[in-house]
Design a protein around this ligand. Structure first.
Ligand code: MF3
Ligand code: CO
Ligand code: CO
Length: 265
């Protein structure tokens, strides 16, 4: 095994620290979820995230990360990822991804869910369902020592089979004492992901971004963060933090009250 990969393998105690970070993050998601309704502003969601995190003695990883200004990302409709919470109020027909990352004793938990606000279009519901199903199908495809490309090999045919596309510019990542680590975890197969392997003791995210239209993206020049679909079609995403064990993938960010594998939106 390459030494570059060896250092990504956590000891038992470090794995337990990642379990605690994942569970804290999941608890935060359970706390926030009931508030994600028509009428709340994304800035108010961010305040809830920030307050809860600080009150627990944790830290939101996004706040100040490469000068990112908020404690979570809120990505609405055609926003793929990295939407900045502001005074926009959620309204009937929106879909919104809330992505939260908590640092507990220096270790990171990272997850997101997409929420349907009131009655949404068929397309928005279907793309949200697709992103959710792709997340769990990709996790199920993993086994100890498998290549990272298993994820892309699962996600791409599933999304394309439903008439949707997979974002390539933004990817999952190794996770641990840092927010973004090797390996890069693309949701499409490429040369590097066929080489990189997921050994027991490694932590990483799976976070497919699925577009209802074309896969292409454009970045907002004014805020430097918001990433939208080029064609304006809707995009959805779900994310979990994963620990590979000798027995297979363990989801570190499972929530008590959130949608479970097989959920129909
Ligand atoms: N949470 C995102 C991820 O899943 C990263 C957000 S970085 C930020 O990797 F700076 F935009 F917040
Ligand atoms: Co992530
Ligand atoms: Co995230």
């Amino acid at each position: 095994m390459l030494t570059k990969q060896k250092k990504l393998i956590l000891s038992g105690a470090q794995q337990d620290a990642m379990r605690r970070a994942g569970q804290a993050n999941a608890e935060l998601m359970d706390y926030v979820r009931p508030h994600v309704k028509a009428g709340i502003s994304t800035g108010e969601i961010d305040e809830l995230v920030h307050r809860w995190t600080i009150d627990q003695g944790y830290r939101p990883a996004t706040l100040g990360y490469q000068n990112y200004p908020k404690s979570c990302c809120t990505s609405i409709n055609d926003v793929i990822c990295h939407g900045i919470p502001d005074n926009y109020r959620l309204k009937d027909g929106d879909i919104v991804n809330v992505d939260i990352t908590t640092v507990v004793d220096g270790w990171h938990g990272d997850q997101s869910e997409t929420f349907l606000i009131g009655e949404v279009s068929k397309d928005k519901r279907a793309v949200t369902q697709c992103a959710f199903d792709c997340l769990y199908l990709a996790i199920d495809a993993l086994s100890p020592g498998c290549s990272v490309s298993k994820i892309g090999e699962t996600v791409v045919p599933e999304a394309h089979g439903r008439g949707f596309t997979v974002v390539r510019e933004y990817v999952g990542h190794g996770l641990g004492r840092q927010f973004h680590l090797d390996p890069s975890v693309p949701h499409f197969p490429n040369r590097q992901s066929r080489i990189d392997r997921l050994y027991p003791g490694m932590c990483f995210t799976v976070e497919p971004m699925i577009n209802a239209g074309s896969r292409y993206t454009r970045s907002d020049k004014s805020d430097g963060w918001t990433v939208r679909t080029k064609d304006g079609a809707a995009s959805a995403q779900f994310e979990h933090s994963i620990l590979m064990t000798e027995d297979g993938p363990e989801i570190l960010t499972l929530t008590k009250n959130g949608p479970r594998q097989g959920h129909k939106f």
